[in-house]
Ligand binder design. Structure first.
Ligand code: GTP
Ligand code: MG
Length: 459
């Protein structure tokens, strides 16, 4: 079926509003980038590049953004004329997408699309298209679709509004009734997706509870996208996950055990980026919760980024972590203070590491831990750091032979210690007395002491 510029497909980008299908591959598309005023477009370009979309030209317009069309109607008409009259070989040949360098209002998206006659993305719709392209698990697909539908709905409502006020002629021949039908379908789909997501979140929460009951501790890796979270996760857990030099490779949470530390679970998750509207973020809440409501949250920063970018990313990450931390009294004993890990240190000089560490300290964080997932430098130190944060220093446990009042076999008590902590050293004396070096939480220490008061000694 041919689509006209009245069709919400054109406005709503990859949303698949009507048919429930989403375009996931944008590789090879050609786009114009519309920029209002002097702005740093590096990040948006990186996002476009990650999707294989080439920006053939940046069109600049000075002054403040126009509330209806971002660029102003006259200027957009000029651009539309130039696009429709391009001859073969012109850089604009094959352009079927315009990206506006802002988080646009629905009104602006509709306005620009109408004037140019091509699909229009703003920063948020670009991100949504990217998420849709990268979502591989059911969990990720569900949350991305929710975010996309929410965004589409704002545009459809804008179209409906324009029709009722007579600003705009009928929609695809069906007018306002057709549009309302589309919105109603969309609402139904949203309700179903939310129900599915909630079920999943509940299941995750139950898993977490079980883990806590079994004496496991969780370490969450959070940070800006491309900070090196999945690489470090892989290095520490030995579990294979997707690592790529692109933004938002990871969209879901993966949990794995830290090698040689069976009681410690690591959680790799989706990264952060500046300025995503709350509605979009809410869709990802359940996924990130796993890493943020962990016993220990590690904020990863790419040491090879420019200093001012590191400062900005640290600020974004801190805000996200604080805003999302949900106190769950049945899960957490203590508040969870984030620590900073500086990644990719193989890429920078020693002076540079120090400069970044100084910046982190000046932001009020404790001394950062430095690490390279590629060379392995600092990995052992980080493992030790994680253990110390979760368990405190290892303790010496002495288990003595049975007495008149307590007749449990030594082996019975020793195996309980093994169950609850991580044993580094195990030494047995001829009479069976056993000396253990163990990483044990304070709570576990107290429980063991209470149960075998005269048989167990912990220092
Ligand atoms: N030189 C160097 N590169 C690294 C290191 N760790 C990660 N990288 C590279 O950085 C890029 C991003 O790494 P990922 O581990 O995918 O980063 P992420 O934080 O999981 O990224 P998203 O999931 O996309 O948010 C990849 O190209 C990695 O190879 C490191 O220690 N040294
Ligand atoms: Mg990742």
């Amino acid at each position: 079926m041919a689509r006209t510029s009245e069709d919400p497909f054109v406005v709503a980008g990859s949303g698949g509003v009507v048919l429930g299908e989403a375009r996931t591959n944008h590789e090879g598309r050609r786009a114009l980038l519309l920029v209002r005023g002097i702005e740093d477009t590096t990040e948006l370009r990186a996002l476009a590049q990650t999707m294989g979309v080439s920006i053939v030209e940046t069109v600049l317009q000075t002054g403040h953004a126009d509330p209806r069309t971002y660029f102003g109607k006259g200027r957009l008409e000029d651009i539309a004329d130039e696009r429709s009259s391009t001859l073969s070989g012109h850089p604009w040949e094959g352009v079927d997408l315009a990206i506006v360098h802002t988080n646009a209002t629905p009104r602006q998206l509709v306005g620009v699309s109408q004037a140019l006659g091509v699909e229009v993305w703003d920063r948020v719709r670009l991100l949504l298209a990217l998420f849709t392209a990268h979502a591989s698990s059911v969990e990720a697909r569900t949350q991305v679709r929710i975010a996309q539908l929410q965004s589409d709905r704002t545009i459809l409502r804008e179209l409906a509004q324009q029709q009722t006020t007579g600003e705009r002629a009928g929609y695809g021949g069906g007018g306002i009734t057709a549009l309302q039908g589309v919105i109603a379908n969309l609402n139904r789909e949203l309700t179903n997706l939310r129900r599915r997501q909630k079920k999943h979140a509940n299941a995750q929460r139950e898993h977490r509870r079980q883990r806590v009951r079994s004496g496991a501790m969780t370490v969450g890796f959070v940070g800006y996208t491309n900070a090196g979270k999945s690489s470090l996760f892989q290095r520490l857990s030995g579990k294979s996950v997707l690592v790529e030099d692109q933004l938002f490779s990871t969209l879901e949470t993966t949990v794995g055990r830290m090698e040689k530390s069976p009681r410690i679970l690591l959680a790799d998750t989706i990264g952060f980026i500046d300025n995503i509207p709350n509605a979009t973020l809410t869709a990802f809440k359940a996924t990130i919760a796993e890493a943020i409501d962990a016993d220990l949250t590690l904020v990863l920063l790419d040491t090879s980024d420019p200093l001012d970018e590191i400062g900005r990313k640290l600020e974004t990450t801190r805000r996200e972590v604080l805003e999302r931390q949900e106190p769950e009294p049945d899960l957490l004993e203590d508040t969870n203070h984030p620590f900073v890990i500086l990644t990719k240190i193989d890429k920078v000089s020693a002076e540079r590491r120090e400069a970044v560490a100084a910046l982190v300290r000046s932001e009020g964080f404790p001394e950062p831990v430095v690490v390279s997932s590629h060379t392995g430098e600092g990995v052992e130190n980080l493992q030790l750091f994680i253990r110390e944060q979760l368990f405190g220093a290892p303790v010496s446990v002495r288990v003595s032979p049975p007495t008149a009042s307590s007749d449990d076999a030594i082996e019975r008590i020793v195996s309980e210690v093994y169950d609850r902590g991580m044993v580094d050293d195990d030494h047995r004396e001829p009479d069976g007395t056993t000396m253990l070096e163990v990483w044990l939480t304070r709570a576990c220490q107290a429980q063991l002491k209470a149960r075998w008061a005269d048989r167990i000694d912990i220092k």
